[in-house]
Design a protein around this ligand. Sequence first.
Ligand code: AMP
Length: 369
Amino acid sequence: MIKLHDKYFKPFISAAEIEKAIDRLAQEISEDLGNEIPVFIGILNGSFMFVSDFVKRYPKPCEVTFIKLASYEGVRSTEDIQRLIGLTQDLSGRTVVILEDIIDTGNTLAEVHRIFKNENVKQLKIATLFYKPEAYKKDFKLHYVGIEIPNKFIVGYGLDYDGLGRDLPEIYQIQKVQHPTNLVLFGPPGAGKGTQADFLKEKYNLVHISTGDVFRFNIKNETALGMLAKSYMDKGELVPDKVTIDMLNAEVEKNADANGFIFDGFPRTDAQAQALDELMDSKDSMINAMIALEVDDEVLVKRLLERGKTSGRPDDADESIIRNRISEYYSKTAILKGYYSKQGKYFGVDGIGSITEITERLSEVIDKL
Ligand code: AMP
């Protein structure tokens, strides 16, 4: 996630996807134009990156120029179009291809058509890298479209938010939820996730969702979900993904207005991690970090046996079940370290020390996010 001025933006379209779309556009246009030498006209400022990358990939001779028309102020497309700067060349009899970075309402395009009506060009073609069909209100034909996108404000790859963001090589999308801190608290059973979550939720005003606690609550209340989960939990095995994911979705929905979440005990599998990303994405939000408490196995077994004396948890009472839970963690769950590392979101924290020491270590990571 990045911050430009007062707003947060999350990654939306990668540089590789943009490159692919531009390759396709260059191919399509060159095939259509045959041996014509077109004049490509970029609309500044937004199109500078697109035009530069496009003409590098255009396989035949061409001319390139730019005109300027301002249409964006802040995040909404304004109705009034400013004056034209830069059209000095005689274009009569030429094939002109307008290269736009983005077409949303179509106001800029209307202005382009008005300007070119008197230029006696042979043909006027419109190519746009991004297109928002839901926002488009005009009838002008769009001859070439790179990527269709939903009606959301985007920045990057030439597009700005009040001057910032044009330099980003990929596209970012505005976050509706502007101040979320969504953490996955990770670590083997007995690492102290629950204890630490209690402190962190107060400090950062977050909702703590522990899947283990939700299952135990359901078992206590003898719900259908509880009955189903119990058979797995008693053996120290994982409850099936489908059941757990549906339950987690329901918990997040219940707290739709939260400032953010601490997920504790979830995700535990790759499928759960993907489901969580999809869920957060559907809320225009994201997981900011996975923070893992790292504790040695033998310390864990000792801690859990100790906890079992008072917690009443059947899965804490028996050393072989405890060892099974720890081995489930390493065989199924620890792979998630890779999942979050790839996204640059994994933070390991030493889980041995006093409770306050560990809270401080965790806060240090969160404060830097
Ligand atoms: P915990 O309280 O996190 O140690 O979880 C206790 C037990 O609940 C686990 O051993 C599993 O049987 C079940 N459980 C909790 N979270 C999940 C999850 N995300 N996926 C599958 N099973 C889970």
